[in-house]
Design a protein around this ligand. Structure first.
Ligand SMILES: CC(=O)SCCNC(=O)CCNC(=O)[C@H](O)C(C)(C)COP(=O)(O)OP(=O)(O)OC[C@H]1O[C@@H](n2cnc3c(N)ncnc32)[C@H](O)[C@@H]1OP(=O)(O)O
Ligand SMILES: O=C([O-])CC(=O)C(=O)O
Length: 376
């Protein structure tokens, strides 16, 4: 099992900051469970919608419940015209995570969550709409003003993401990998973005504000942004030998290697083995295993030199690249998935709320009085 570290120190490390029934990290099974189910079991046997249902509603759906949920989500894909207009005004140079943040916030203006009774519907709308939203912007801004049809016939969120990105039905294999990827990223206890969402929820704010804040926290390279940073690293390496040399140089210069290490896991991240297998399969399918081979060498060097292991992000880089996904859209996919965890945590916080307001250890000046301006 991927066990948890002994934790203490800055960054609230090791401190229990609240309760959750949603997931465990470093405690049982392969090391990550959603509502008691091992993430590997879920990734091997479920579609993303089943896992979203589990996280949001508490139990795995029956076939009839799953069909009804997927039909509901399919009916919620249409982007409001005002949101399309905002997306068309965002320049191609913008980071797609900023587009997600603005898009989510705009949706909150157009379809405001007026009461907590609407929390499930507000979440479902975002789950259904986010893939088309980011790919509408991406195609418009990067593809000569192309306006895609976001109301595709895609059967699932996994398929909808790839379909709206490439404007064609994706292969079975690619859709299967996307399901697994969305499942792996869906929930992870009190990580930085989820904690952001919970802090916002604790003030009794609305769902769109909680999610907008969480997107901002996920954006950084120490958190979700690491999958993009990992891609930038490996695409600069010619082959496995070059990877070895470059990494050794970076370690000598004490540079941080994105996609490695974890705040909670000690020896491995259970999501890595799963996405690594998919990356290998995609490499085989593509007929060019170089990027996969480079990634495998990086993993070996980091463990040999530093006992640092790949987290969920590292092999996601090569997997997404093999599926033809542009690097800057990697972290928005994480948003399309983690939205389930964020929303479920918001609902959990609301159900048993006290405003989150810790204390600080003061390190500033002693008490003093204001001198006259002429004496300063
Ligand atoms: C889905 C996710 O969000 S997973 C996380 C994605 N983020 C990354 O991949 C970014 C790279 N990794 C990191 O920056 C860190 O490992 C974090 C942010 C994930 C965890 O941070 P921490 O809990 O502070 O890490 P930890 O306490 O284990 O660090 C121990 C030591 O290892 C070093 N270290 C940790 N990760 C790395 C890394 N990826 N590369 C180089 N050194 C590292 C730290 O600098 C620290 O050294 P120090 O004691 O000399 O300061
Ligand atoms: O738990 C964390 O700190 C980061 C992480 O792996 C995640 O959010 O998936």
């Amino acid at each position: 099992m991927a066990a948890a570290k002994e934790l203490s120190g800055a960054g609230l490390r090791g401190q229990v900051a609240g309760k959750t029934a949603l997931s465990t990290v470093g405690k049982s099974g392969s090391g990550l469970t959603y509502r008691g189910y091992d993430v590997k079991d879920l990734a091997d046997n479920c579609q993303f919608e089943e896992v979203a249902y589990l996280i949001l509603k508490g139990n795995l759906p029956t076939q009839a419940e799953l069909d009804a949920y997927k039909t509901k989500l399919k009916g919620l894909r249409k982007l409001p015209q005002a949101l399309k207009e905002v997306l068309e005004r965002i320049p191609a140079s913008a980071h797609p995570m900023d587009v997600m943040r603005t898009g989510c916030s705009m949706l909150g203006n157009l379809e405001t969550e007026e009461s907590f009774d609407q929390q499930q519907d507000a979440t479902d709308r975002m789950l259904a709409l986010f893939p088309g939203m980011i790919n509408y912007w991406y195609n418009f801004s990067h593809n000569n003003g192309k306006r895609i049809n976001e109301e595709t016939d895609a059967d699932s969120i996994a398929e909808q993401f790839l379909w709206t990105l490439h404007d064609e039905k994706p292969s079975e294999l690619h859709t299967q990998v996307m399901h697994a990827s969305l499942i792996l990223y869906a929930e992870h206890e009190f990580n930085a973005s989820t904690f952001t969402a919970r802090v916002c929820a604790s003030t009794l704010s609305d769902m769109h504000s909680c999610v907008t804040g969480a997107i901002g926290s996920l954006r950084g390279p120490l958190h979700g942004g690491a999958n993009e940073a990992a891609m930038e690293l490996i695409e600069g390496m010619k082959d496995a030998e070059d990877a070895e040399q470059k990494l050794m140089g970076m370690l000598e210069r004490k540079e941080k290697i994105m996609g490695f290490g974890h705040a909670i896991y000690r020896e491995s991240d259970p999501r890595n083995a799963i996405i690594k297998l998919w990356s290998e399969k995609l490499a085989g399918e593509s007929g060019n295993t170089n990027l996969y081979d480079i990634s495998v060498r990086c993993e070996a060097v980091m463990w040999r030199e530093k006992k640092l292991f790949c987290n969920a992000d590292f092999f996601h880089a090569s997997a997404y690249n093999y599926m033809g996904i542009p690097t800057k859209l990697f972290t928005p996919i994480f948003v399309c998935s983690r939205l389930t965890g964020w929303a479920a945590h918001v609902m959990e916080q609301r159900a048993d709320n006290r405003i989150i307001r810790p204390s600080a250890e003061y390190t500033g000046e002693e008490f003093r009085t204001v001198p006259a301006i002429s004496d300063r």
